[in-house]
Design a protein around this ligand. Structure first.
Ligand code: FAD
Ligand code: SF4
Length: 567
């Protein structure tokens, strides 16, 4: 067994992970005066060097397709670095009959370097949907508890949007939105005909300068990472102010393996692998904040076994790893022939949608519980890898004929993506695989995943709506799905929407939940979890804004408790 190298220093807090939840915690805790050791499994990120914001496809080998075209699996070689569906030497497994995909980042800022920046508040009803429809559980906190923290996060990171008074999509503190693109106006008109609500989208991208960060210059390449920090990433927006306090010690290349429980029943440190030397090291702290991403945090707790917690740290409820959900996803696309005749026009804008469709049927009786929103896009943005793939399959010509056809069809497609609420079910969870370890010797996760009829009916509704919108716009809907097959109604594989949450959930009852409403473990009072894991439900709204609001609130609570000497 390798020797554990102890650091003699005692920190106030050890935060594990520097993504949405960990970065927020590091900022609030250090600004509150606490000393923080931040363990991050990946390396530092250097935007000027690492982000390919202003590169042409031809400047990369294989024009961004990667060796053997494999880069497409990870959204192309232009994606901000170190995010992938598969990480060499760090596997995960799916139980027989299950298929779960897990996109992980190993870099400072985590997946906030890659995310789509869609920043939506959960609605008041989302915190008590169990009471409303009798399915699942309520949160131990209400929208009113979190609203001041949504305000703080939005004001600090910068989110554009408009005040619309839609019950399923509460308004926030917004910067002005960018103007709609041509395709937005086409979809909006179609939605108006169908009585579907379509409004400016809400993205964590600056349309005005905030705290010295420059506004967006509309290059449309957010997924590559933004060199001017005009969109939000934890690495560029949360970590720098934490560093500035002088209270943050960032330890990169540090793969946390176990949270150590002291004899007094409190967490006293974290054991981690120093990836550079493969040595096992230890950091001691008065409080531990786990924010390694929802499933990774569940893994860490499940791997932290002790006589007091033989099934994993703070897991007396057995809920760690359970209640896993992803968003329900189904995609479709169609063509709008009249766009063929469009003269060349300006399509500049942010790297994401300028308008979207919030859940609009919240006051109706639907064939499924809860709801979904629709993201859409199209038009003449910079052609990327695979842009003309369908055309190449359909057209027999080559040379001039093919080029003419490419010009005619370029920008006439509109894609629609439904993102809906999954209800937790007993067949969907993660656990430790009894026989597989990663290259650091740490046992890995095994996923069980199943969509229920609730989600399939939602996907069906999405497909019917996409068709109606494209046809109301005078177009032809191209996507074909059916009730049969592995993916009925085009429902995506579990995990594929990258909104996995719920694996260390909060709740009022310690018998059925791991954390209280402040993301603090019921069983171990100086242990907090501040990533996607505490979420009780996974409403149609993308989760990251809520992760940051919860992390901000939990960190303020931790500061208060530390001041009172309660930790
Ligand atoms: C392509 C893409 C698009 C997305 N679009 C959106 C969107 O538009 N809106 C939205 O709300 N969400 C979106 N998401 C999801 C969003 O990125 C996540 O919800 C969010 O980043 C989760 O935050 P987190 O703090 O839980 O984890 P992460 O941001 O993943 O951060 C976890 C950090 O922990 C580190 N870590 C992991 N394990 C360990 C360990 N054992 N020891 C030490 N460190 C560790 C990782 O290296 C990482 O830095 C998207 C994600 C992707 C990939
Ligand atoms: S579109 Fe704006 S926010 Fe996105 S990468 Fe370009 S400049 Fe940055």
């Amino acid at each position: 067994m390798s020797q554990v190298i102890h650091s003699p220093r005692m920190y106030d807090v050890c935060v594990i992970g520097s993504g949405a939840g960990g970065g927020t915690a590091a900022k609030i805790l250090t600004e509150g005066g606490l000393s923080v050791a931040l363990l991050e499994a990946g390396p530092q990120v250097y935007p000027e060097k690492d982000f390919k914001m202003l590169m042409w496809p031809y400047e990369l080998p294989h024009r961004g397709a990667g060796v053997g075209g494999r880069a497409e699996e990870n959204f192309g070689e232009f994606l901000a670095p170190n995010g992938a569906w598969n990480i060499e030497g760090e596997p995960y497994t799916s139980a027989p009959g299950s298929n779960f995909q897990w996109f992980r980042s190993r870099i400072v800022g985590g997946r906030t370097n890659h995310w789509g920046r869609i920043a939506l508040r959960f609605a008041p009803i989302d915190f008590r949907s169990g009471t409303r429809d009798g399915i699942g559980d309520d949160w131990p906190i209400s929208y009113d508890d979190l609203a001041p923290y949504y305000d703080k996060v939005e004001s600090y990171i910068g989110v554009f949007g408009t005040r619309e008074n839609v019950s399923s999509a509460p308004d926030g503190v917004f910067l002005p939105p960018p103007v709609p693109r041509c395709t937005d106006l086409i979809v909006k008109k179609a939605c108006d005909k169908l009585n579907i609500t379509c409004i400016p989208s809400r993205l964590a991208i600056l349309t005005r300068s905030v705290n010295g960060r420059l506004p967006c210059h509309y290059c449309g390449q957010c997924g590559r990472g933004c060199v001017t920090a005009s969109n939000f990433s934890s690495s560029q927006v949360m970590i720098p102010p934490a560093m500035k306090t002088g209270k943050l010690t960032m330890i990169t290349g540090a793969m946390a393996r176990e949270v150590i429980l002291g004899k007094d029943g409190k967490a006293e440190g974290v054991s981690y692998i120093d990836k550079a030397t493969r040595a096992e090291r230890r950091v001691n702290a008065r409080a531990i904040v786990v924010a390694a991403s929802a499933c990774e945090s569940a893994r860490l707790l499940l791997n932290s076994k002790s006589p007091q917690f033989p099934d994993g740290l703070a897991n007396s409820s057995g809920a760690v790893g359970r209640y896993l959900t992803d968003s329900v996803g189904s995609d479709g696309w169609g063509i709008i022939p009249r766009l063929e005749k469009m003269p060349p026009h300006n399509h500049d804008g942010v790297g994401g949608m300028h308008m979207y469709i919030p859940w609009w049927k919240f006051d109706r009786k639907n064939a499924f519980p809860r709801g979904y929103h629709i993201e859409f896009g199209g038009g003449r943005d910079m052609p990327g890898i695979g842009e003309f793939g369908d055309l190449l399959h359909e057209e027999e010509g080559y040379g001039l004929t093919l080029k003419r056809r490419a010009r005619e069809t370029y920008g006439i497609g509109i894609g629609l993506s439904g993102r809906g609420e999954m209800i937790p079910n007993p067949d969907t969870y993660c656990e430790i695989d009894p026989s597989v370890v990663d290259k650091w010797g740490i046992p890995v996760l095994r996923f069980h995943f199943k969509w229920s009829d609730y989600e399939l009916r939602q996907a069906q509704d999405m497909q019917e709506t996409f068709r109606a919108i494209i046809e109301a716009a005078g177009g032809e809907y191209k996507t074909k799905t059916s009730i049969h097959g592995q993916y009925p109604f085009g429902i995506t594989e579990g995990g594929k929407i990258i909104h996995e949450v719920g694996t260390v959930r909060m709740g009022a009852d310690p018998k059925t939940s791991v954390l209280n409403g402040f993301c603090q473990a019921h069983d171990v009072k100086n242990l907090f979890v501040t990533d996607g894991a505490p979420l009780v439900t996974n409403p149609d709204k993308n989760p990251t804004l809520t992760i940051m609001a919860l992390a901000w609130r939990a960190s303020e609570h931790l500061l208060d408790e530390a001041k009172k000497g309660n930790l």
